[in-house]
Design a protein around this ligand. Structure first.
Ligand code: SF4
Length: 374
């Protein structure tokens, strides 16, 4: 089954660490909704009639859309694509948007999974990140979502924030566990170039991010989540059985997906394309029916690299037999040989024909994958 991602590029304010394409203004929101509906119609052949098993409304802050705007977009998708009756339909939401009225109305839509961007249950961390919500907003939003009947929830938390002590991080995880939610995405705070965070740290206005602290937090995270019956099924994702993100699993398992909205990426097995990261240009789509994406055909090396990168990060591991069958014997041998030193260092483990990161290896995932690249 294929997936569809929609990028909603509006936010109340820009978080310091953010390098996603989003604007702190809703001036063009209704023009954007018109444009994305047009794009849905224009791209209706991209997935070649494959059944759509997941829809993910991300951003940006999709919960800034009104219920009628959301319904309009989703109805358009159902009109143009073969959406499975059991599709997982996720909405990313910021806690300050999830009031009781909005949640009740959301339950009447096709949305059946909420991804709540809590990030921390401490206001000083949220201020460091420049999030628009408070800890109280996060707690109330989760409680209300559960009360409204959303039983498929996921929470985002960020670790490695300089204001987040080890004890506070443990408390954040414990708070998540106390809610009884079945899925957690936890990300290390990274300082991307050209973000406000990079600028503020550079000028000495905010304390820098300490890599050793992030490593400690990652270890605490793995220990606590494993002890509480969660499966670490992707490097940043933990779930109870039956609650894996079906949409993100499409990315990690090399499935096909269509991305709609500015900056969204698409992949159909052979080519990758990405929309312009510019709202004015994206809006021209409506009037001019212009192409708003760039496209590249992936070389075999790029396809192999992408497979190694994504598969190694998952609990399904990197399958040498799959590499042999899809890319050929030489690629499988190359990967197997390259993996040997990491197996000796206890960073990778081999079970039958699959390679898996060990808990130590997970700390070096990107470096290990790039070492196995062609
Ligand atoms: S809410 Fe998300 S997309 Fe918006 S600025 Fe913050 S991190 Fe970026």
């Amino acid at each position: 089954m294929a997936g569809i991602y929609l990028h909603i590029p509006f936010c109340k304010q820009k978080c310091h660490y953010c390098n996603f394409f989003s604007l702190a203004s809703v001036k063009h929101k209704s023009a954007f909704v018109d444009a994305i509906c047009d794009e849905i119609a224009m791209q209706d052949q991209y997935l070649e009639k494959e059944t759509v098993g997941t829809i993910y409304v991300g951003g940006g802050t999709p919960s800034m859309l009104s219920i009628s705007e959301l319904n309009r977009i989703i109805e358009k998708l159902y009109l143009h694509f073969n959406v499975s009756e059991k599709a997982e339909i996720t909405l990313e939401a910021n806690p300050d948007d999830l009031n009781a009225g909005y949640l009740k109305a959301l339950r009447e839509t096709e949305i059946n999974r909420l991804s709540i961007g809590g990030q921390s249950f401490y206001d000083d961390d949220l201020m460091y990140l420049n999030r628009a919500h408070t800890s109280d907003h996060a707690i109330t939003a989760i409680e209300q979502a559960l009360k409204t009947g959303f039983d498929n929830l996921t929470l985002d938390l960020i670790y490695g924030i300089p204001t987040l002590t080890d004890e506070k991080w443990r408390n954040n995880i414990q708070r998540f566990l106390n809610f009884g939610i079945n899925h957690l995405s936890a990300y290390a705070l990274t300082v991307e170039t050209k973000t406000a965070l990079s600028h503020l740290i550079g000028k000495g206005n905010l304390p820098p991010v300490d890599e050793l602290q992030s490593i400690r937090h990652f270890r605490i995270l793995m220990e606590m989540m494993e002890a509480n019956g969660f499966i670490h099924y992707e490097i940043s994702n933990f779930a109870k059985p039956g609650f894996y993100s079906r949409h993100n699993s499409i990315y990690w398992l090399g499935g096909h997906y269509l991305g709609l909205g500015p900056s969204a990426h698409s992949f159909n097995g052979v080519s990758r394309q990405w929309n312009v990261s510019n709202l004015s240009q994206y809006l021209m789509l409506k009037d001019d029916k212009k192409t708003v994406f760039e496209k590249e055909i992936l070389t075999v090396d790029q396809q192999y690299n992408e497979y190694v990168m994504t598969s190694l990060r998952t609990s399904w591991g990197c399958d040498l037999e799959h590499i042999h069958n899809v890319f050929g014997k030489e690629f499988a041998l190359y990967c197997e040989t390259g993996a040997k030193k990491f197996i000796r260092q206890d960073k990778l483990v081999r079970r039958e024909n699959r390679l898996f990161l060990t808990n130590i290896g997970k700390l070096f995932a990107d470096g290990i994958a790039s070492d196995l690249f062609r």
